[in-house]
Design a protein around this ligand. Structure first.
Ligand SMILES: Nc1ncnc2c1ncn2[C@@H]1O[C@H](COP(=O)(O)OP(=O)(O)OP(=O)(O)O)[C@@H](O)[C@H]1O
Ligand SMILES: [Mg+2]
Length: 250
């Protein structure tokens, strides 16, 4: 059936990390979002968005911070109400359904913000992240910890707290502090490709690392301020210098 992977990583405009992805159980189906209008409270975050994710393919949804990528996945998953438009899963409109019904219809959403070990404290996470450091660097670990705490004050205040208790933004800081983003990102990308190729899932991948996303996607859609500004096969988007410069940050 249909799935979306929202994996927000790092791009030129700002670091971020974590994976937010959605997938479907069962066979392959086309997911067609047509003229979708949705918002977060008063803010109209999606202003008539049309995206088609072909059955069994990977579609990358790209765009700068605040473009509406997460809102699109949240709307598709029924986590926020849609105001107008259709969300067709194999010609079956699921717009306006609740999240449980949408999951049952075959759409699964894997939220971003992973990449830390929730059962460990902030400091334990950072120490684990430094375990691969070479011998000679070990003496620097304590200093490196203090450096990260100085950079991310909220982490210093929460160093003894479990990572599971952090807010989204704090967790994001921890992932960045860990310097894990590229590795986590590569693992998520591998998984997305495997889900698509081996299980025939329809994947919608939301990712700020446009270059990485386009490398594995079949098709790409670029959002800006809640509207689609480009939609083409991934190779075409990756080769568009002006588009890359204006919207994709690479
Ligand atoms: N909970 C919320 N309440 C009000 N406005 C929100 C909320 N979440 C997002 N917005 C607004 O909706 C718009 C789209 O945000 P969204 O989170 O979908 O962007 P995004 O493309 O996922 O950005 P990012 O790359 O930073 O994750 C932005 O203007 C944002 O400020
Ligand atoms: Mg987002």
């Amino acid at each position: 059936m249909s799935s979306g992977a929202n994996s927000s990583g790092a791009n030129g405009s700002g670091p971020a990390a974590g994976a937010d992805s959605a997938g479907t159980a069962g066979g392959s189906a086309t997911l067609a979002v047509d003229g979708l209008v949705a918002g977060n409270g008063e803010v109209i975050a999606l202003d008539g968005v049309t995206v088609t994710a072909g059955a069994g393919s990977i579609t990358a949804v790209l765009g700068a911070n605040g473009a509406g990528k997460t809102t699109l996945l949240r709307a598709v998953s029924g986590l926020i109400k849609t105001r107008r438009g259709q969300i067709l899963l194999a010609d079956h409109d699921v717009a306006g359904r609740g999240p449980e019904q949408i999951v049952r219809a075959g759409i699964a959403h894997v939220p971003e913000g992973q990449g830390v070990i929730p059962e460990l404290t902030v400091e334990e996470n950072l120490r684990v992240g430094m375990m691969s450091w070479r011998r000679g660097q070990r003496a620097d670990r304590a200093a490196a910890l203090e450096e990260e705490y100085a950079r991310f004050k909220p982490l210093a205040d929460r160093r003894r707290k479990l990572a599971s208790t952090l807010s989204g933004g704090e967790r994001q800081m921890l992932v960045i502090a860990l310097g894990l983003a590229p590795r986590v990102m590569a693992q998520v990308m591998d998984l997305v490709v495997r889900l698509s190729r081996e299980h025939g899932l329809t994947i919608v991948l939301v990712e700020q690392n446009a270059r990485g996303a386009l490398a594995i996607a079949d098709h790409g859609v670029v959002l800006n301020l809640g509207r689609v500004v480009a939609s083409a096969d991934a190779a075409t988007l990756a080769a568009d210098v002006a588009l890359r410069h204006h919207y994709l940050g690479f």
